[in-house]
Each structure stands twice: as structure tokens, then as C-alpha cells.
Write a protein that binds this ligand. Structure first.
Ligand code: SF4
Length: 251
């Protein structure tokens, strides 16, 4: 029986990045998909949570999602997103539990699903370099939705909410209030192709990397690893000197 592995949709997506590093990924897998010293600024979770409330509030008031969703065509009505503890699948051939929690699930008239994910980031014409990761992330949601009988996805999409960079003088009174200030976000939507067939080979690759008895080589030319190696060499030198001192009775 293979050792169980649990991995999130987003972490699986890292395998698709152009600068993917098998060494980093091996370490991450052996830290149970979390780096001990990683800090994720809470503000992004707050903005994601607020974005969901914006969609829900608009639907409650107007009976439809906001107009910027129209870029995806007809996408239906928001439905409850299951908690990740229910929205997961175990891949039997690799014994990997794949988890996720989409930001938005919408049910179309034909009962198929549209799955959306919010990104508080700028999307320029120059493609977002994280796009391959986001594409896997959304396809994992489609894969889990199908296998957990939540529904069959017929569309996927990213919603980039870009914070305003400029503060026109004419908006001063609208945005700056006695109790605080408002910040505008502009929505840009990007449909993502459905490709759930890409998921099983990625799971096989996770199993392959996980089961290596030691970390594979890192990404060639990575400055961070070069710094770490230099640090390890300095530390080793320090240990040698301390041992020498001890042998010489501290003289
Ligand atoms: S090569 Fe870079 S990315 Fe890979 S493990 Fe080393 S520091 Fe991390």
C-alpha cells in the first residue's frame, strides 16, 4: 500500500509552472504541503471572502450575478460551495487525496457547472506567469466536482479584481470618508479551457517525486539555492572550528 499523500488543487498546479522546481516540491510534499516558515498575508483571504460576498449580495438584490460575469456567457445561479473536507477525491492508483475549495460554483440552466476563481491581481495583456497553475487549479475543481457528484463542469474562468492604482481628484469625496477610505477594484474575466485529462498524469508525477528517497536536484541557476549552499558551507566550517577548539581543550 502506498503512503497516503494529500495535496491541494493549487499545489498540484505548481507542476505546470515554467519555473517548477522538483526539489522545492519534494520538500513541500514532505512538509505535508506547507512550508513551516511561509507566511500568507491574510489580506488576500479577506479580499477573496469579500469578493464572494459582492457576488452573493448582487445576486440577492438583483437576481443575477454582476455584469462583469457576462464575459463568460450565460453562467446561471450561484450554488453553495462545499467545504474542502467534503470536496475532495482519493486517486486510487496513487493514493493521493486531492482537495480544493472553489471560490464560486454556478449552476447553468442545463444543470452543468461554471467554476470561477477570484484573483486579487492585475491581469495585463502579457499573460500572467501563474496562469498554468491557475488553469490546473480550476481543472482540479472540475475533476473533484464530477467525482463527488456535485456536477459536471461546462466552463471555467478566472476573475481578476485589480485594485485601482490612481486616485483622481474628482473622486476624492466619493472615496475618502471621515471613518476611512474606499478602494476601487476593476474586474477582468478570463475563460480557462476545460482539460481534466491533465490531472491524472500530474498525480502520477507527484507520487514519483514524493517517493524519491532524497531531494532531487534543484532548478538550475536558482540564486536562493546557491545562497543556501553557501550558508551550509559557512555553518560546516564553524562546526569544524568548534570541534578543533574542543579537541585542543579550548586553547
Ligand atoms: S533550486 Fe530554488 S526553487 Fe529549488 S529548492 Fe532550491 S531554492 Fe527552492
Amino acid at each position: 500500500m502506498l503512503n497516503p499523500i494529500q495535496i491541494s488543487a493549487k499545489s498540484l498546479g505548481q507542476l505546470a509552472l515554467a519555473n517548477f522546481c522538483p526539489k522545492c516540491f519534494w520538500v513541500r510534499l514532505h512538509c505535508h504541503d506547507k512550508f513551516p516558515f511561509a507566511i500568507f498575508p491574510g489580506i488576500f483571504s479577506s479580499i477573496d471572502s469579500y469578493s464572494k460576498k459582492v457576488t452573493a449580495a448582487h445576486f440577492a438584490t438583483h437576481g443575477r450575478v454582476p455584469r462583469w460575469f457576462d464575459g463568460f456567457g450565460e453562467i446561471g445561479v450561484p450554488i453553495k460551495v462545499p467545504h474542502w473536507s467534503k470536496f475532495n477525491v482519493v486517486d486510487k492508483s496513487t493514493n493521493i487525496t486531492l482537495t480544493g475549495m472553489p471560490d464560486e460554483l454556478l449552476q447553468r440552466r442545463d444543470n452543468s457547472l461554471f467554476i470561477g476563481d477570484y484573483k486579487c491581481a492585475r491581469y495585463t495583456d502579457r499573460a500572467d506567469e501563474l496562469l498554468p497553475m491557475y488553469s490546473v487549479q480550476l481543472n482540479v475543481y472540475a475533476y473533484i466536482a464530477k467525482q463527488t457528484a456535485v456536477g459536471t463542469a461546462s466552463g471555467l474562468g478566472l476573475l481578476y479584481y485589480e485594485p485601482a492604482a490612481a486616485l483622481p481628484a474628482s473622486d476624492t469625496d466619493d472615496l475618502i470618508k471621515p471613518e476611512g477610505f474606499l478602494m476601487r477594484f476593476t474586474a477582468k474575466v478570463l475563460p480557462i479551457p476545460l482539460n481534466v485529462k491533465a490531472i491524472p498524469p500530474l498525480l502520477a508525477r507527484v507520487r514519483e517525486i514524493h517517493d524519491l528517497t532524497c531531494a532531487p536536484a534543484g532548478r538550475e541557476g536558482c540564486k536562493d539555492c546557491a545562497l543556501l549552499e553557501a550558508l551550509v558551507a559557512v555553518a560546516a566550517q564553524g562546526v569544524q572550528q568548534a570541534e578543533l577548539l574542543q579537541r585542543n581543550g579550548g586553547r
